[in-house]
Design a protein around this ligand. Structure first.
Ligand code: NAP
Length: 351
């Protein structure tokens, strides 16, 4: 079967680059258009992008011409779906205009909390694809928008899912230590972050507190009914290039032993693993028993950057669980998350 043609919106940025890397030799998808801002239009990709990923820009990509982000490219290049990694401020108009015609898999926060838009981690809530029909009807779109969560949310929501199912959750508190690539190339000046930790990332704590409730929510009467527990987040920027680390404490409804929890994590499989999707990590959650793991440098590329590594699993008191998790913020936390959502949509014949 012919591969579907992809437009990457925001192709020159941190996340856009990860889309390009993640779509190399993909069995379902191939790059059709790389689009970015006026600053980059007309340049060869290699001139326009400050490539930050290890290794060189793929040869055929380096010479591609960067196009303007305009839905005209859908017709001009025969595009079947778009992956979006553009600034949130322009996403409502831009992603909406593409979704009038084709499916859009978005990394931006703009549509995430809209009632009719799925916010998905495919191992957790594949059933939320059911919102697509209502979305198309309400907005009069032929396409649709599927969002993936903030790069920090995925790193604790994924391990939280099997705990939620097996033990129940009353409350969650978390402290994140987030990598620099999470802020984009121009994000954090080196003078601000070298020899330092910044205890503030605008809007991040609110996203971590709300997004998991929608993701773990159930669909009822065509709407998401949010999960019913409280999350309190403290988010910090640290001088690491890639890989967000999160220390999470969970108040559970049922009591447990540490061995129970390790077994719950180890056994966890979602639809992407059961369907053996091309970029699905298996296992999705890697349990480390060493006292000093996970670590960004050693664990961020686990499962091709798509697995969440969990360690420091402890029972702090009755029904109080502590663990530390680590995930790659621009792969599992961004481009890889969108690609996995699209792979599941492809298998479910939604593309
Ligand atoms: P980035 O490195 O700053 O890249 C931004 C991209 O958007 C570039 O391709 C840029 O093109 C393009 N762009 C900027 N202004 C534009 C405009 N006015 N019109 C059209 N295109 C424009 O940012 P990023 O880190 O990749 O993040 C992209 C999006 O993903 C953001 O919404 C971010 O919040 C979200 N996200 C990021 C992460 C992460 O870990 N970095 C994780 C999850 C979600 P030029 O190069 O031509 O300027």
């Amino acid at each position: 079967m012919a591969k579907l043609k992809i437009a990457v919106l925001g192709a020159t940025g941190m996340v856009g680059q990860r889309f390009i890397a993640g779509l190399q030799n993909h069995p379902y998808f191939e790059l059709g258009v790389l689009a970015a801002s006026e600053r980059s239009v007309g340049k060869r990709y290699a001139e326009a992008a400050k490539w930050y990923i290890e290794g060189d820009i793929p040869k055929d990509v380096a010479s591609m011409r960067v196009e303007l982000i305009d839905k005209k490219v859908i017709r001009d290049y025969g595009i079947d779906l778009a992956f979006s990694a553009i600034p949130a401020e322009i996403a409502r108009e831009v992603e909406g205009s593409f979704a009038q015609e084709i499916p859009v898999f978005s990394n931006t926060k703009t549509y995430r909390m809209d009632d009719d838009v799925p916010l998905m981690i495919p191992e957790i809530n594949p059933g939320h694809f059911d919102l697509i029909k209502a979305q198309q009807k309400k907005r009069g779109w032929k396409g649709y928008i599927i969002t993936n969560p903030n790069c920090t949310t995925v790193g604790f929501a994924l391990p939280l899912k099997p705990i939620y199912d097996a033990l129940g959750v009353d409350w969650v508190t978390l402290t994140s230590m987030q990598a620099l690539s999470g802020a984009g190339y121009e994000g954090v000046p080196s003078m601000a972050i070298v020899d330092n930790i910044i205890p503030y990332i605008g809007g991040e704590e609110e996203k971590c507190e709300l997004e998991p409730l929608k993701i773990l929510g159930s669909i009822s009467a065509g709407k998401v009914k949010n999960a019913d527990f409280k999350v309190i987040a403290s988010c910090n920027r640290v001088a690491v290039l890639d890989g967000h680390m999160i220390s999470t404490v969970v108040g559970t409804k049922k009591d447990f032993t540490v061995e129970d929890v390790k077994e719950i994590f180890r056994k966890f499989k979602g639809e992407p693993q059961k369907m053996k999707l091309p970029t699905a990590p298996d296992p999705a959650i890697i349990v480390r028993d060493e006292d000093d793991r996970p670590q960004p440098r050693r664990d961020r590329n686990a499962g091709g950057g798509m697995a969440v590594t969990v360690g420091r699993i402890m029972k702090k008191q009755e029904r109080v669980l502590r663990f530390t998790s680590l995930s790659h913020n621009t792969i599992r936390g961004a481009a890889g998350a969108s690609i996995l959502n699209a792979e599941l949509a492809y298998k479910k014949k939604l593309l």
